[in-house]
Design a protein around this ligand. Sequence first.
Ligand SMILES: [Zn+2]
Length: 359
Amino acid sequence: MKRLFFIFLFLFHSWGYGIEIKISILGIFKPKAIRVLNQENHQVYEIRIGGQNQILVNGKNQIFFTLESSLPLELSVPSKIKRSYVGKILISNQSGILQIVNQIEIEDYIKSVVNSEIGAAPLEALKTQAVLARSKAYEAIMKSGKKAYHLTDLTDSQVYKGFEAVTKKSSRAAAETEGEVLWFEGKIPEIFYASTCAGGTVLPKDVWGKNSPGYEAVPCGYCTQSPHYQNWKWEVSLQELEKIFNVSHLKHIEVQSSDSFGRVLILSLVFEDGVRRVLKAEDFRIIIGRYYRKWGLVKSSFFSIVELQDKLVFVGKGLGHGVGLCQYGAKEMAFLGWDYQKILNYYYPKMTIGQWEVK
Ligand SMILES: [Zn+2]
């Protein structure tokens, strides 16, 4: 009987928690060369772009490079970054850039994302982040098509800084919520969260126009301690805006509509002849970010616009899109003694917490 129990435990474990996720890593550096150190046997691999969609591994042409080790593998993009990763590393040539994918067990991945995303925080805030990070991971796996990876290591997915980001506390947060995800109507919903909502959260359809079920806009008075809560400013001239939007005779930009908390939803570009062109505040942020190749100039859509001669000054508060969990709000709630279930229930009142399973 005892033996049967252990066989069951083994099967359960290998089925439930041996699931791996593929993360595209270090893509932001568009690497053409990388060095991989296997710390187990001190072997070094110099990998660079080769001819005809191949890569050169220590001078030899090949299509793929795969490496797995019992110790974290150390990756360096010369003069850019050095990071370590557990699990497998898979490298290939994607149109002249090295595509580096880390294939890692979900629970190991969660331990790193928790700290990469929320940093130093009370345990219950880390556990909140663990459930969200895991939900996002499983959701990505469930809907993955033929892509070579499920998520990236950046904020457009969720931040993942590899093995160095794992701490005792982030490991504990992952372990104490092992396997737990958010559910809505029998599915893992699309998961969104952001840094500092600055007064209230917002529905996905109000930000991106596309509905994502299971969300509710809730007030948040808990993120006032966030370093991003204070007024930020971004100044731009009308001429510069004309260049950014590729238009002429721009007169000013107006707030067309806001939500009940004061977050701007729709803006109008107003032209000298009275013509108006409307756009979503979030699209405005994305266009500005792309133009300057710098995120965080217009940190959120919680702003007002002040006109100064030929300049516009955007004065705002908060950081991020404001959908779902407010990370700084969650930190404060945890300081106040809330547990992770209560925090998740506050920001996602329509969703429930449960074990991941194939439904
Ligand atoms: Zn907040």
